[in-house]
Design a binder for this molecule. Structure first.
Ligand code: ALA
Length: 500
């Protein structure tokens, strides 16, 4: 349960035959990050955060959430350059904390990415229906709502968009990255359009008073909500095995995409609250589309329509990145034997884990089609904050346990920065609802049951490793620790570790 993977062997095994192709460049990564970040959070939740919690201090909420994410990104950067293999926080925990912790974090990330895809698909469907309605095309209610909601049977557009993106991802990573770059360019363009069109309508009188009625509590509650708007940058590291020169390019992708989004969000927050008195953002007309509402309110209706198209594009790329990230976590967990080997088989033509992508697409598509997920954003935030805190803890632990390891990127101000990151994540978790806490615990219990019934028995570590006195585990580099097919053999090391 507490065995750890040995880093050099882990990297070697990922480089062996059967692994993914390194095709992603720095710009692809920044685009991948932005693709995962800008979506429902800014286009929908910014209105909720300003109207109901943070008021004119919305930019402060963005700064707080953004800084927490930046600290987490620096911790991710240290880990991901040290261990540039698929699996993200899951793999880092395997090396720093041990198998059971890796399982918990992997299970947590499956929840985060899966529900994020479903939630964004539902939002996407709502935006699409509204845009078509404004063009005079009415979609039938039974096929735009889940069963039991407003006469609905299935939210068909949500299912179809998830399936379409699933098929795109199966085609191959480079093609997906290319499509993502086009979509991200469109959404950046509409955000810049919003800034240019609305900046002339800012009334500084709207910014008074600056602090919300609930004071700092409102600002922090707003930060706990808009945190959702930053989720997604961590998906960059799930592509670690498909990145050229990951030691150099991963930090660029992680930190670059996050900084671009922090700056854009602060500017949008300032302009939004300057154009519309914040209390109006909580109104029924604004709550689902606050940014388009701001343009409509100053009479630029064509701009609002263009922005809606951009928002739809934005949500599309978020789903693409999240689906991508989830498939790579599954892939890594299955490669380690903690999930059935079926999930780690690569398609020989496209070099993608196509079976797992199709499986995930089907499950998240069903959730999007049949469930009204009101508390999903909170649950997604919960899962992500837990993941960030564990990664920061892992950085501290590995610095103490293995200070001699080569770290191409070093997180600055250790141990202060990771400790602040852990504290800030815990603080934001406390600002989330109790339902999210409860649902998270239930998901965790299900995960532990799966681990003890399947993972612990089939773990590659357990079957093929030799435990060192300190509990870490070595593999020979002669075979890939990939899918569990009969041709893929992993031999325990009996002599010196050649990677040392
Ligand atoms: N950050 C992503 C969004 O806002 C999850 O949609």
């Amino acid at each position: 349960m507490f065995r750890r993977r040995e880093i050099n062997a882990l990297v070697r095994s990922a480089q062996d035959a059967g692994s993914l192709r390194r095709v992603l460049k720095p710009l692809d990564l920044v685009m991948l990050g932005i693709g995962g970040i800008i979506g429902t959070g800014i286009f929908v939740l910014s209105g909720v955060a300003a109207g109901l919690h943070a008021g004119n201090a919305l930019p402060l909420s963005f700064i707080i959430a953004g800084v927490v994410c930046l600290f987490a990104a620096l911790c991710y950067a240290e880990f991901s350059t040290m261990i540039p293999v698929a699996g993200s926080a899951y793999t880092y925990c395997y090396t720093a904390l041990g198998e059971i912790w890796a399982w918990i974090i992997g299970w947590d990330l499956i929840l985060e990415y899966g529900l994020a895809v479903s939630a964004v698909a539902i939002g996407w469907s709502g935006y699409c229906a509204a845009l078509l309605r404004s063009a005079g095309i009415l979609l039938p209610a039974p096929f735009t709502h889940p069963f039991g909601v407003e006469g609905g049977i299935v939210n068909l557009p949500a299912v179809l968009i998830v399936l379409a993106l699933t098929l795109l991802l199966v085609q191959g990573t480079k093609r997906s990255a290319g499509t993502n770059a086009v979509i991200v360019s469109i959404k950046l363009a509409v955000i810049l359009l919003f800034i240019v069109l609305s900046i002339g309508f800012v009334d500084p009188g709207n910014w008074v008073p600056f602090m919300p009625p609930a004071g700092w509590f409102g600002v922090f509650s707003g930060a706990a909500i808009v945190f959702f708007a930053f989720i997604g940058f961590d998906a960059v590291v799930t592509a670690a095995e498909e990145i050229e020169n990951p030691q150099k390019n991963l930090p660029i992708g992680l930190i670059g995409s996050l900084v671009v989004c922090i700056v854009l969000y602060i500017v949008i927050g300032v302009i939004l609250t300057g154009v519309v008195p914040f209390a109006r953002l909580a109104g029924p007309d604004a709550i689902n589309a606050p940014i388009a509402f701001a343009l409509n309110s100053v009479g630029i209706t064509w701009g609002a329509a263009v922005l809606s198209v951009g928002a739809i594009c934005g949500m599309t790329s978020v789903m693409l990145v999240m689906l991508f990230g989830q498939s790579r976590i599954f892939f890594a967990m299955a490669r380690d034997g903690l999930l059935p080997s079926f999930f780690s088989e690569l398609n020989p033509v496209t070099h993608t884990p196509s079976k797992v992508i199709l499986f995930i697409g089907a499950v998240t598509g069903c959730i999007a089609g049949f469930f009204p997920l009101e508390t999903v954003a909170e649950l997604v935030n919960m899962g992500t904050l837990v993941a960030f805190a564990i990664v920061a803890f892992g950085v501290l632990l590995l610095r103490a346990r293995q200070p001699e390891l080569s770290r191409p990127f070093r997180c600055p101000y250790v141990p202060v920065l990771p400790l602040v990151c852990i504290g800030a994540c815990a603080f934001l978790i406390l600002h989330l609802g109790s339902l999210a806490h409860l649902m998270f615990l239930i998901w965790l219990c299900i995960g532990l049951a799966v681990y003890f019934l399947y993972g612990i028995r089939n773990s590659v570590n357990r079957k093929t490793s030799e435990c060192r006195p300190n509990g870490s585990v070595r593999f020979t580099s002669g075979a890939a620790v990939t899918a569990g097919g009969p041709e893929r053999v992993v031999r325990p090391v009996t002599g010196a570790d050649p990677g040392k």
